[in-house]
Structure formats: structure tokens, C-alpha cells
Design a protein around this ligand. Structure first.
Ligand code: ADP
Length: 547
């Protein structure tokens, strides 16, 4: 695969000179862990789905990574190949990344909620050679879904099934046979270690252009952020990090998989969100740090308050991924007895702003933080002129962690010659340089931290025979932040109802979480004289402001 990561080379010299790019890869960090603390616990993975807990020391984790790398090599994976995985949080995902890093292969994690529609696009676009899926997860047969997609994916050589029973099982192909003592093992593992500017991770965003975009990252782009993040949050190898937020998203991947390896810290992974189990894990494992979007914080604070059993080891909860209501931060702080750090970030550049652990409490309930080292922000108007503090405009970011580009879509990179990336978010800065996200210019709805690709869902609804016009907008929800509502104008003489809309979208085999949860049928939609639908008026209609 040819990775057109055009944003890397132009900034290399300056990023290295500034000390942001340290040229260390995950292989270097893992080797340091094995050397310094071989018998310390590296990872505890609770699988609620499989009713199982798995533990690895650093030595065991590195050995398993070698074994799986050799298995992948036998399947024909070489440097520059893409290995996709649709896995819940757990050791398989961590090990796969470490194994890919041994071979110079690129890991492409995809969300377990994705169905045929999203997967067929991503796996084809990435030219994935191997895909690893669970046999079943949350009652859905992923292995069967992949079998159904194979014919349309000519680059795909192998579907590997975790907990599979046949020749295609993860155990049979990758983790079972101990190959690391084979005569040729060392040669294979040392042959093509990736450099710090090679693409090692490919992660798709839902995007606003109608199709997902493949975000390419290197060791330097990811670790320049993780080093700064851990430094600011005062995290070290003595911390215990809980990750229940999906590792197939950038947040879970960077701070639940990569950061513990960088720090030599114990990672505790949870596959299905269950706040009571998370609270129990925090107590049992002595978890000191965790992160997630607002529903995770809401739920954890609620169960801890209701049970009356505190989580004294938890020092910090970092909340990001969607607008963070101030009242939630305050409630969670008192329920958890932990510092709540608010943050803003994107798959393209990791966490960009965070509050400081020592900040006055009000900062995390009223702002999304200030830039990490290596990051600059601008808030600009329509003519790209900087706006004064307090005024809302388009948010631009220039970050050492900015991605390498979108795979095969360099024209969408949205990064100018000086390295400024247009985020598609609207924001304002206060007099102290703290940021508050104030909305979005890009057309997504964030449902519980999950971005719904609005244009894509609208396009599918336009194909419905009864639909003349459609617009999807968000309405507020106490737990998930936003949910989606479809406004539809039917064709003359036709009608559509909620059940019909849901059945139609289900047939398209898209992620169920993308399906609108409300339908409003109208004779016409408010539009500008040029015919552009006025979504802000639809949002107001939903709030009952006008009708
Ligand atoms: P992630 O994997 O972190 O969810 P995405 O790239 O999928 O990253 O989503 C990033 C988008 O989420 C941002 O562009 C922004 O719209 C939204 N977002 C993230 N953090 C916040 C926040 N603190 N407040 C408001 N919106 C946020």
C-alpha cells in the first residue's frame, strides 16, 4: 500500500528541533518496559462478553506480540500492509498493534458497531490484507458478516476469528503455535522495523463528506501527543489506566493502548460498558486514571453515588469527545472525589487542549482546556482573520501531533502550507487562552461521543422511494448529549413513518447507532432563497422555539 502521508516530511526538521518528535517507536518503548520491569503487570483485560479476565506481564506481552507477528508474517503480511481489526477492547487488539509494529505493518482498528456498509468501504479503501474479528460480540456474528463481504474485497487474504473454532481462529493462526523460538524468528522480527515517520496506524473518521476518511498517523505524530498528555496529567509508570471507551477510536487507542506502553503503566481494559463493573475494576485494580466521553462520566458518577462505595484510588477522569456540560463535571467531581479534566481533540491530532489537574475547579466545568505543549490554536472569522478573546469562530490547530493526511484523499487534508488544520469546529478562546467548543461547522451529530455521518445517512434516505427531501439534525439528550432527528418531506401521494424509515436504513446495513431516533414529516422544509435547508431552524423547531 502506498501511504500518501504528505503532511509529515515538511514538518520533520522543525518538529525534531523543537523536541516534539523524539523518533521513538512503540517497539522502543516496549523494549524498555521488558528491560526495566519484565514481571510487572502490563495488562489486565476484563471481557464481560466472554466472562474472562486475561493478564500479561511485560515479558509475556512482548512475547505474545512476537508470536502474533510471526503468525501474521506467515499469512503474508509484510511492511506496508494493512491489517484491520474489528475488536472490542481487550488484549487481542493491543497485541495486534504491537505485532504489526514488529513487521512494519499498519493497524487499522474499526469500530465494533460498524456493519456491512461501513466495513465494505473501509476494508476496500485500505486494501486490508488481513482482518481480525470476534466470532460474536453483543449477539452479532462478525465472522459471518465478513464471510459475506469477502467476494467484494479482492485484497483481503484472511479473516481471522477470535474464539473461532476452525482453521481461521486467532488461536490457530496467530496466538497458539509458539513460533518465537523458530530458527528464522529473529530475522523476520528484525527485518523491517518501522521508522518513526512511517505510517503505523490508520483510523477512519465518520467525516462529513459522505464517505469515511482514513487518518494516517506515525510514531512521531502519536507519541508527540502522548508524551505531552502524560506529562501534563502527571502520569507515570506507577499509574493504573482504565480504558472502557473504545480502543477502536483514537482516544482509547492512544491512551488505553499506546500510553501505558510508553509509561510502563498497567492498563486495565473493559470490553462492554457497564459502569458498576468499571467501578469494581477501579477498586480491585487500584485504577488511578481513566477517560471517556460524557456518557461514561455520567454513568460512573451515578453508580458510585448510588452504591455509596467510593473509588478512592481514582485521581483523574479526563472527559472529551463531545460537549461537556458544566453541571455534569461538578456532579462527577463530588461523586468520584477525583479531578475532572475536560479536553477537546480529534482523531486527526489526539487530545489538543486539556485543563490542568491543578486548575481552579471552574475551569473544567466552563472550558475544554488550553493547548498541550507543541500545539497552537487560532479562532478565525470567515476571512481567516484572528478573532479577539470571547468571540466565536472557526477553530484552526497547528499541532506536532497533526496527522500525516487522509489516505488517498490528500485534497481533503484541510491543512495549509503553514501547517494549520481547519477542524470544522466552532470555538472561542478566553483571555487566559482556554478554549470552549461552541458548535460545529461540519455536519456531524455526536451521539454519546460517537460521530454520526449526517450526509451519509441523508443520502441513504434520499434513495427511499417515498422521500422527496430530507434533513437530519440533532436534538439534545441528557445522557448521550445529542440524538438524531430526520425531517422528511414525502413525495406527492406517498408517506413514510418511523417504522418504515428504520426498516429502510436497517436494510442498508449501516451501524444501528446512526439511525435517527425521531422522524418529523413536513410538507416543506425551511430554506434559504438559494434553496439550502436551514438546519438551525429545524433545530429550533425541535426545541419548540418556533414551529
Ligand atoms: P474522537 O475519537 O476523539 O471522538 P473524532 O475525530 O471522532 O475523535 O471526533 C472529534 C470531534 O468530537 C471534534 O471535532 C468535536 O466536534 C467533538 N469533540 C471532541 N471533544 C469535544 C469537546 N470537549 N466539546 C465539544 N466537542 C468535542
Amino acid at each position: 500500500m502506498d501511504f500518501d502521508a504528505v503532511l509529515i516530511a515538511p514538518r520533520r526538521a522543525a518538529s525534531v528541533a523543537a523536541g516534539h518528535w523524539q523518533d521513538r517507536t512503540i517497539n522502543d518503548y516496549l523494549a524498555a518496559c521488558v528491560q526495566e520491569r519484565p514481571d510487572a503487570t502490563a495488562l489486565t483485560a476484563l471481557s464481560i462478553e466472554r466472562q474472562h479476565v486475561t493478564r500479561f506481564t511485560w515479558r509475556e506481552l512482548a512475547r505474545m506480540a512476537d508470536r502474533v507477528a510471526l503468525g501474521l508474517s506467515r499469512l503474508g503480511i509484510v511492511a506496508g500492509d494493512v491489517v484491520s481489526c474489528q475488536l472490542p477492547n481487550g488484549w487481542h487488539l493491543s497485541v495486534l498493534y504491537l505485532a504489526c509494529a514488529r513487521l512494519g505493518a499498519v493497524l487499522n482498528p474499526v469500530m465494533p458497531i460498524f456493519r456491512e456498509r461501513e466495513l465494505s468501504f473501509m476494508l476496500a479503501h485500505a486494501h486490508s490484507k488481513v482482518v481480525v474479528v470476534p466470532k460474536a460480540f453483543r449477539g452479532f456474528d462478525h465472522a459471518q458478516m465478513l464471510q459475506g463481504l469477502r467476494d467484494a474485497l479482492p485484497a483481503l487474504r484472511h479473516v481471522v476469528v477470535v474464539d473461532g473454532e476452525g482453521d481461521d481462529s486467532f488461536e490457530a493462526l496467530l496466538s497458539g503455535p509458539p513460533r518465537e523460538d523458530d530458527a528464522d524468528a529473529a530475522a523476520i522480527l528484525l527485518r523491517s522495523l518501522p521508522g518513526p515517520d512511517d505510517v503505523t496506524q490508520l483510523i477512519y473518521t465518520s467525516g462529513t463528506t459522505g464517505e469515511p476518511k482514513g487518518v494516517m498517523h506515525t510514531a512521531n505524530t502519536l507519541f508527540s501527543n502522548i508524551v505531552a498528555y502524560a506529562g501534563r496529567l502527571q502520569l507515570s509508570g506507577d499509574d493504573v489506566v482504565l480504558m472502557a471507551s473504545p480502543m477502536a477510536h483514537q482516544t482509547g487507542f492512544m491512551y488505553g493502548l499506546m500510553m501505558p506502553v510508553m509509561l510502563g503503566a498497567h492498563a486495565v481494559l473493559q470490553d462492554i460498558w457497564d459502569p458498576a463493573r468499571a467501578a469494581a475494576l477501579i477498586r480491585e485494580q487500584g485504577v488511578t486514571f481513566t477517560m471517556g466521553s460524557t456518557p461514561f462520566l455520567t454513568d460512573l458518577a451515578r453508580v458510585v453515588a448510588e452504591s455509596g462505595t467510593p473509588v478512592p484510588s481514582l485521581r483523574t477522569f479526563l472527559c472529551a469527545g463531545a460537549p461537556i456540560p458544566g453541571a455534569l463535571v461538578e456532579r462527577a467531581r463530588s461523586a468520584l472525589g477525583a479531578t475532572i479534566v475536560s479536553a477537546w481533540g480529534m482523531s486527526e491530532n489526539g487530545a489538543v487542549t486539556t485543563t490542568l489537574p491543578d486548575d481552579a475547579e471552574a475551569r473544567s466545568s466552563t472550558t475544554d482546556g488550553c493547548p498541550l505543549p507543541g500545539v497552537e490554536l487560532r479562532v478565525v472569522d470567515g476571512a481567516d482573520a484572528d478573532l479577539p478573546a470571547g468571540q466565536t469562530g472557526r477553530l484552526l490547530v497547528r499541532a506536532c501531533s497533526n496527522f500525516g493526511g487522509y489516505l488517498q484523499r490528500p485534497h481533503l487534508n484541510n491543512t495549509d502550507a503553514e501547517g494549520w488544520f481547519d477542524t470544522g469546529d466552532l470555538a472561542r478562546l478566553d483571555a487566559h487562552g482556554y478554549l470552549r467548543i461552541a458548535g460545529r461547522s461540519k455536519d456531524v451529530i455526536i451521539r454519546g461521543g460517537e460521530n454520526i455521518p449526517v450526509l451519509e445517512v441523508e443520502t441513504l434516505l434520499y434513495r427511499h422511494p417515498a422521500v422527496a427531501q430530507v434533513a437530519i439534525v440533532a436534538y439534545p439528550d441528557a445522557r448521550l448529549g445529542e440524538r438524531a432527528c430526520a425531517f422528511v418531506v414525502p413525495r406527492p401521494g406517498q408517506s413514510i413513518d418511523m417504522a418504515g424509515m428504520v426498516a429502510w436504513l436497517r436494510q442498508q446495513k449501516m451501524a444501528l447507532q446512526y439511525i435517527p431516533e425521531k422522524l418529523v414529516v413536513r410538507d416543506a422544509l425551511p430554506a434559504t432563497p438559494a434553496g439550502k435547508i436551514q438546519k438551525f431552524r429545524l433545530r429550533e423547531m425541535l426545541l419548540g422555539a418556533t414551529d
